[in-house]
Design a protein around this ligand. Sequence first.
Ligand code: PEP
Length: 252
Amino acid sequence: MKKLMAANWKMYKTAEEAFDTAAELVALCGASLPDDREVLVIPPFTALGRAGQALAGNPRFLLGGQNFYPEEQGAFTGEISPAMLLDAGCAFALAGHSERRHVMGETDEMVGRKVAFGLEKGLSVILCVGERIEERRAGQVEDVLRVQLDKGLAGVPRDVDPVRLVVAYEPVWAIGTGEVAGPEEIVQAHGAVRRELLRLFGEAGHEVRVQYGGSVKPDNAAEIIHLDNVDGVLVGGASLRADSFSRIVLAD
Ligand code: PEP
């Protein structure tokens, strides 16, 4: 199973800035990328084309979209469809990032519609899940994850190709805060995610990659990616600069 090292550029970078950063990333780690890694760059929609040009010709450097709407096409101003992301060169897309859930108000049900629709239309999908700090303090982490996974995956066929489905465990309190979850917290949460995946998909649940996200940095990446059931990372702030993200991608 290849570890998926993903850069979420959120609402940062013009098309040219994205091109430059992606090109620098390929220059810094293209030749030395270990066999067990894939790199996923997730720029804003307006930069997909230029970022894709910088990654072209490097099969283990993939492009992803940050969001999509679960309809083929239509009167959905401001939205983008899976077919449009595929047309722009994306292999992957995020669904249910915590900023979509907690800033834009996306519900578990909407996230579930997105996951099922995106997979059906040919995207690989990263379902983001994670608890808020008050839920952790109340001892509800596993319950929150179970509900988000069950609703997020409700429409996904049980025989889905597990390689096309990724779950990112991103505790909300660790995103963009500099506060990283400790190794035991990560192992516990990823274990809970894995158990739920096995319950939902049988043995194929072992092949669904589970990423950690939340203040991953060059100096903590090596420890995190070697923890049990950690199959990659989803990185925001520390992915914005190629020198920093390349050190995460190559961390060992
Ligand atoms: C993210 O955007 O998914 C994320 C984990 O951000 P950061 O690495 O900045 O915490």
